[in-house]
Ligand binder design. Sequence first.
Ligand code: GAL
Length: 803
Amino acid sequence: MISAFNEEWYFSERFSEEWLSWQVEDLLDENISQVFTNQGFDKVRLPHTVKELESNYCNEEDYQLLSTYCHVIDAPLDWQNKHVFVNFGAAAHLAQVYLNGQLLGQHKNGYTAFTVELTEALRFGQKNLLLVQLDSRESNNIPPFGKAVDYLTYGGLYRGVSLEVKETSYFENVFVNADKYGILNLKLQAHQADICTIEGGVYDSSGQKIMSISPQLYQEKLSYALSNIDLWSVDSPTLYEIKLELWREGYKVDDYNTRFGFRSVEFKADGFYLNDEKIKLRGLNRHQSWPYMGYAVPKSGQRLDAEIIKYELGCNAVRTSHYPQSHDFLDRCDEIGLLVFTEIPGWQHIGDKEWQEVAIQNIREMVEQYRNHPSIFIWGVRINESQDNDDFYSATNALAHELDPTRPTGGVRNFKNSNLLEDVYTYNDFFHNGSNSGCEPKKKVTKNAKNGYLVSEYNGHMFPTKSYDWEGKRLEHALRHARVLNDVAAENDIAGSFGWCLFDYHTHKDFGSGDRLCHHGVLDMFRNPKMAASVYAAQGRDKPVLEVSSAMDIGEHPAGFLGDIYAFTNADEVRLYKNKEFVKTFKASQDFSSMKHAPIAITDTIGDLLVKNEGLSPKAAEQVKKCLQAIAKHGPTALPFSIYPTMAKLMLFNGVTYEKAERWFGKYVASWGEKATQWRFEAWKDGVKVSQVIKEPVQKVKLDVTVDHAQLCEEDTWDMATVRIRAVDQNGNTLPYINRSLTFELTGEAQLVGPKHVPLQGGMTATYIKTIGKNGTAQLKIKADGLEDYLINFTCQGGKENE
Ligand code: GAL
């Protein structure tokens, strides 16, 4: 029997030795929750963070606590002669687990699960006190601590917990390894299973049994060959389920179910292969953090991130920098075909022997706990960006290979020609600085030509960019991502790349912009897109994408010159109209010739309009245009000498006067003093208009809100809706400089996470609505001065009350 164990926890921000000697009987004399309340405990549900933090300018010392979680366990008599376990999804970062005052287990890693057996200290037929002392201080001698770390590590029992009651024999671990030939290898580990039998079956995604595992004596290795199976791939991520039963003396004593996929992964000298098909990996690095909640976000938030990466950003891969992440996130990656590079916790620093032993244990936990996810294609077995350390890394590689012979290892470095003990050279390539190539060729980084090679990070700190930075900076941020993607695409022997990073993240005082944030994301921390997001989105195929880099406002630019304008799109061409008049058609920029959907440079906003409207001959019109464009680009005082002869000719032979030129500049370039100019950009694909963007003076401001799901439903614990909010103009363009504040008013059976009043940043923000264990409805009203209220209705199904 396994049951969720996320309710009725009592939490204190303190720890007191005296609580270890608490006897539940004593507590029961009084109202138990009163006792906890008197001692300063709060009743909480998991996932839980030890401290909610501000979305910026927070303090990393706030969560560095020695805290306590307590739970009363009613142990019925029929648990006698059974094994009782508590499985913790994660405890950040050092947990000591006591039952009735007796220390039963400890765990030194905030990012993997662990199990503690309670049996020996349980009092059956009585109430028992489970107490977890949780140390989230960064002074602990465990990874990733020991030096500075560029991300906040938070604290808490921030994933789910379950309680399990087992018979004498039970499954401990099952490795399901299924390859592209349909071979299914099972490696089983079970407790006291010698006299047991095993049986089960394999089921397809519709629940149809496609293979039976007939009853047989328990053995550690089983192998089957299946035919007519569909492989797991990025485009068609077919999953199967295996259900195993353990029988002892005629009784079923345990079962184990898991999903898996048939597929094979391989790195060759020239790239990455999934089921023999070469795939260029295009991904981003993900931290598992959120505003306010830190790491403590339930299933729906985890799943949403995977969906954003695949469907909103068109990526086929993600790196879970710098630690293993929630199985809810990985499950969604399995379901939607998003490849995952996962790695052990750590950041640049390798500690002493004791520290390294924990890291090796982390390899074991990562591989044993995550190896049934078909989406994982490589294990990161080095501390991110650490120095070579052959003894240590020989051990991490050997253990990963022993526990999983099917996947390659990698290990992320930030220097060249490191001693390669892994299968794949994974390198953080921060070479691109805006004016050079997007990446280094493989041969310049490693002499291991025969091994696979991939770029595990790029950009990031090279060009931090906020959603509320000025347009030119946001464009350069986007172009830097495009340049790297393009140049990686051009290098046949680079397996792919992972941009730094998916979204802005909380960090320590030593990093970031002084606001405790690294603004390195292509999304902000609320998962709202910056301009660079559209470079990725445009590589996706699912839906038409068209983003125009410029608001077409000259006053946003130095000296009033618009500068470069780009369209990021997956269409074939962009057609530009000015005040409904056709200007010109533009195609992919040759500067990005290796990218599938390259940015399109909008290099001419005049087209044939001078001929049409001003009666100029085509030749004269071209020359006038050249001059106007030169003025727009360089300004009137810094014109290149080459343009003066053209100007002189126009004045002498075509009757162009200074006044005319000034008027044309205003009308065709600056749109200054004219009646409101409307620019319409149309995206065309296969001869069909698929999308359009209109830029014109803002006449109306309204809120545009995306709710990931409004029917909230508790399963194992609380559910959460993510409400992403943008202020947009009448054409749906985000207004990056609107700084109005929003007020959230929530009524009904749900709770708001984070503050009630928030400012728009870069025209965007988000809020979160969590369930409170009750059935009912809730309504969120979003208010801002001068804007219409926005109403969202939720239905809430509270797990506990449904039972
Ligand atoms: C890398 C590091 C990341 C992040 C990034 C910022 O060196 O691995 O964690 O700090 O730099 O660009």
